[in-house]
Write a protein that binds this ligand. Structure first.
Ligand code: ATP
Ligand code: MG
Length: 369
């Protein structure tokens, strides 16, 4: 293969709480990949960041961590960061810092149903990939309160740019084709989505005709401006309200969904609820030159330090990292091994109704590789 003999170096940033348990579990799975699916040799760099680190050292994202990521690593895995309930002077979230400094402009969140979802009575046949624009929209956090003749009012700015919209759109169409490629490696029975690749553009341009109008037009332009996308990917639009409605009524109708930052945030939490535990859902922060895999869950202080956190979200995040760095066969091997473990059902952490430990789930996934 093209990657034979190459090295793949992954930065590991467990950060806080259960991050310290689930990232080692993901590492164990990466180390257990047989050379038949991963020709590259994997190496790891242990890196500091997080709220606990901030409390000891006065910074949440040390310069050395950033420098090591940039100079030594092909990608990284981030665990979780605990968010202080009150504002702490000098503290800002390290994952938000990483997104900015590494220009990780899209948050990619696959939401997939499987044996665990079925067991917990959740919905069937969900295989959706949500692309959330990661840099602008209402997250520019430019708010002001004013005093008017009728009392106080507040304004928030919402930025939508052609550049950010185009980059998110590019990501969506490229991923739609890439997913199609992955599916071709699978047996028909394992494929949830059987149609042509499809991208659903989410917006509310009937109300926000200027901002969402620019978003919609720009993303559509990515489709019409590229022959491979025009020929290979269908495109549809959904107003965000009807998107939510349809997602709950027929989640199996969606392939790739692309949304501005705030709509994407809301939709993806809703989608995660459709498939069972927070401990199952991975994500990847993606830019042109770097990828940071990150489980969707937080640091879960209520269960931290007890070896009972579900490591599957982190393990799947590691697989996303492999997918993004050109190691599709290895990624697929992890996805399949996880599905086997979930389907067998005898080794599950407490969030899925079992009594297994974090480390036992990791061992079990390794056995199925
Ligand atoms: P943070 O402030 O870091 O987000 P949190 O208290 O909001 O912490 P989350 O990590 O968001 O905690 O988790 C919310 C709930 O889901 C908690 O009850 C937690 O125990 C549970 N949970 C989250 N992740 C996992 C996991 N990987 N395995 C099992 N349970 C989890
Ligand atoms: Mg939380």
């Amino acid at each position: 293969s093209a990657t034979a003999g190459k090295r793949l170096t992954i930065g590991l940033i467990p950060a806080d709480g259960i991050g310290r348990e689930v990232i080692p579990a993901a590492r164990q799975v990466l180390e257990a990949l047989p050379s038949s699916v991963l020709a590259a040799r994997v190496g790891f760099v242990d890196l500091d960041a997080g709220f606990e680190y901030f409390q000891k050292h006065g910074e949440a994202l040390p310069e050395e961590t950033l420098a090591a990521l940039k100079s030594d690593c092909d990608g990284a895995l981030f665990g979780a960061v605990s968010s202080p309930s009150h504002k702490v002077a000098g503290y800002s979230s390290p994952i938000v810092g990483l997104r900015k400094k590494l220009d990780l402009y899209a948050n990619v969140r696959p939401v997939v149903s499987g044996a665990a979802a079925t067991a917990s009575g959740a919905r069937r046949a969900i295989d959706m990939l949500i692309i959330r624009e990661n840099t602008e929209c209402l997250y520019v956090k430019d708010e002001q309160q004013h005093e008017g003749p009728d009392g106080k009012y507040a304004l928030a700015k919402r930025r939508i740019s052609e550049r950010a919209s185009r980059r998110a759109g590019e990501m969506a169409f490229a991923m739609a084709l890439q997913r199609d490629g992955m599916r071709r490696l699978m047996d028909d029975a394992d494929r949830t989505w059987k149609g042509r690749p499809k991208v659903t553009i989410v917006h509310k341009s009937n109300v926000l005709s200027v901002t969402d109008g620019l978003w919609r037009e720009t993303v559509r332009g990515v489709h019409t401006g590229n022959a491979a996308y025009r020929d290979g990917v269908d495109v549809e639009e959904q107003l965000v309200d009807s998107m939510v409605y349809r997602m709950f009524r027929e989640p199996e109708a969606f392939d790739v969904v692309v949304a501005p930052n705030m709509y994407g945030d809301i939709i993806s939490d809703g989608a995660a609820a459709l498939v069972g535990s927070l401990g199952l859902v991975p994500s990847a922060n993606v830019g042109d030159n770097f990828v940071v895999g990150e489980p969707v869950h937080g640091s879960a202080p209520d269960i931290a330090g007890r070896n009972i956190a579900n490591p599957i979200a982190a393990i799947r995040s590691a697989a996303m990292l492999l997918e993004r760095t050109g190691h599709a066969a290895a990624a697929l091997a992890i996805y399949r091994a996880v599905d086997c473990v979930l389907a067998a059902g005898n080794v599950r952490t407490p969030d899925l109704g079992g009594s297994s430990r974090t480390s036992e789930v990791a061992d079990e996934v390794c056995k199925h590789l």
